[in-house]
Design a binder for this molecule. Structure first.
Ligand code: GLY
Length: 369
């Protein structure tokens, strides 16, 4: 039996997040989605298509006018305007109109790219999210941020476009390889760190069940993480203020992701970015040294990196400054006032950023010691 959470937009119910342990119950949503006369395009990537493409297509068959799949090569490298262009071409060939529906089936790249395609094709059409990674279930599928990367800039081109529904089948988390699963844990932990110390403690207390991928534990974890995001995005849907707090760990994280040419997963870079942000928080005397080490070490049991090799700290600093989290020429940094409370800070200096990067940098010299 599914449970749900409603996300409000401009104080009105906008879309539901449905939690289930299977895909079959998704059919129960078809009436609300009014798909009878609509064409449906499932947008997915080469990995997810193999796992669930045909299963989801079969659910729609005989319930809508036509269902087709558009698939692109898996990976951040596909998150470009070229892939969006290929999707537009496909939709035109398949004679899609504005009243038809797109379905994002996959992780963060698929969700962001499908959402952007839906926001822009024929000046906007509806889409739904079926997130299949932990990262997408607790972060990217919620809140209507859509977009693609542009040149060396992450998520530089995009739009706010709300989905009609987010359908989460928690059992997909059991199909993820360990690296993907734990990368999602970085976004889960980010939620606890920035807003909810009780959730942070719950994560530590339930570490074993989380690592075992116990379904009941994962359901509680994903719902609590989404509840944190719900409160923030409802108050500030278009990131004029508090939504920026969700970027904890992303300022330096995005720079590392880019410098390492996407060799590290987004969540792994967020973990590194959170450690760096916690370090700067300690330097600003917001966190004690004990709290800093506690935050840093908390990533370890979830198999997330707290140091990174083969980077040029100066390059990371430059990339950090070219990320879009700037306002009037200053970096909008997210720091921790305490565990469970993040704040926006515009006073972080280049020297402090460089020092934080040195803190997470595992150099050849460290290796020799
Ligand atoms: N992933 C950050 C946000 O949705 O605002």
């Amino acid at each position: 039996m599914s449970t749900r959470l409603t996300i409000n937009y401009n104080r009105k119910p906008c879309y539901d997040i449905v939690y289930s342990d299977n895909f079959k119950e998704f059919i129960l949503e078809f009436e609300d989605l009014a798909i009878g006369e609509r064409n449906i395009c499932i947008i997915t990537d080469s990995n997810v298509e193999k796992l669930y493409g045909e299963e989801i297509k079969a659910l729609f068959e005989n319930h809508c006018r036509k269902v087709v799949i558009f698939s692109f090569p898996a990976g951040e490298q596909s998150k470009t305007l070229d892939t969006v262009k290929a999707a537009y071409t496909f939709l035109i060939q398949e004679k899609f109109s504005r009243k038809d529906l797109l379905v994002a089936l996959g992780g963060g790249v698929v969700g962001d790219l499908t959402g952007y395609t839906a926001a822009t094709f024929l000046r906007g059409m509806e889409f739904i999210q079926i997130p299949t990674t932990l990262l997408a279930q607790v972060d990217s599928s919620i809140g209507g941020k859509t977009g693609v990367d542009f040149d060396q800039y992450k998520n530089m081109v995009g739009a706010f476009h709300m989905p009609k529904l987010v359908y989460i089948n928690l059992s997909t988390l059991r199909d993820l390889d360990d690296r993907q699963y734990y990368a999602g844990m970085a976004e889960v932990m980010k939620g606890g760190l920035l807003r909810d110390s009780l959730f942070y403690e719950w994560l530590l207390a339930n570490m074993y069940e989380i690592c075992e991928r116990n379904l009941t534990t994962m359901e509680e974890m994903v719902m609590r993480a989404d509840q944190i995001k719900k409160v923030i995005v409802e108050k500030d849907p278009t990131e004029k203020a508090d939504r920026a707090l969700l970027n904890l760990g992303h300022t330096i994280g995005h720079a590392i992701e880019k410098a390492k040419n996407f060799e590290l997963l987004h969540g792994e870079c967020v973990a590194l970015g959170c450690v760096a942000a916690a370090y700067i928080s300690m330097k600003h005397q917001l966190l004690s040294a004990d709290e800093y080490y506690e935050v840093r070490d908390m990533f370890v049991p979830f198999q997330l990196p707290i140091t990174v090799e083969n980077i040029d700290p100066q390059e990371i600093l430059e990339l950090t400054k070219s990320d879009k989290k700037m306002e009037s020429g200053k970096i909008k940094f997210i720091l921790l006032k305490k565990i469970g409370k993040a704040v926006v800070d515009m006073t972080v200096t280049d020297e402090e950023i460089l020092e934080a990067i040195q803190e997470i940098y595992f150099s050849e010299e460290d290796a020799r010691q």
